[in-house]
Design a protein around this ligand. Sequence first.
Ligand SMILES: [Zn+2]
Ligand SMILES: [Zn+2]
Length: 176
Amino acid sequence: MASQTDTTTTTDEELHYCTVHPDREATLRCNRCGRYMCVQCAVQTPVGYRCRQCVRSQEDKYFNASDRDLILVGIICLVLGGIAGWIVGQTGLWLLLILILGAPIGGAIAEIALRVVQRRRGRYMAQVAAGATAVGALFPLLWILLQAGVFVPRLDVLLFAGIAAVAVYGRMAMRG
Ligand SMILES: [Zn+2]
Ligand SMILES: [Zn+2]
């Protein structure tokens, strides 16, 4: 740390204290607002050390989706996940096919949802989308339960729901 010479590290000449923790020595400076901060308060970003407030305000600019967008994404993922899950439920135990196609299908569901909301993002959009996809994809199990009267733990449907939800989360959490 002492060998670092970039502008985010303070010099040894004068002692500074963390803006949040006045009792702690500040060894770093936020490269956006310039405040002094302790190691615990610093967040390492691709562009250097920043304080939590600056990281948060950057995120707020990035997360510009409205509640309506979030609901829309949830509904799209629920419906598309349901359709995909239903197809999987109808075709039977093609586990290899599910392993191969599960992630691309999940990625496609996320992509469609993102296009509908014009690529606006929300802080919890990835979680909502993944949850809705999983619930939708598991819906065929409920259908089977209602028809057969017994719970059938269909590995194909469970596997698909898991893979698709993870893929949706991954695509949504990805920037761009
Ligand atoms: Zn800052
Ligand atoms: Zn601190």
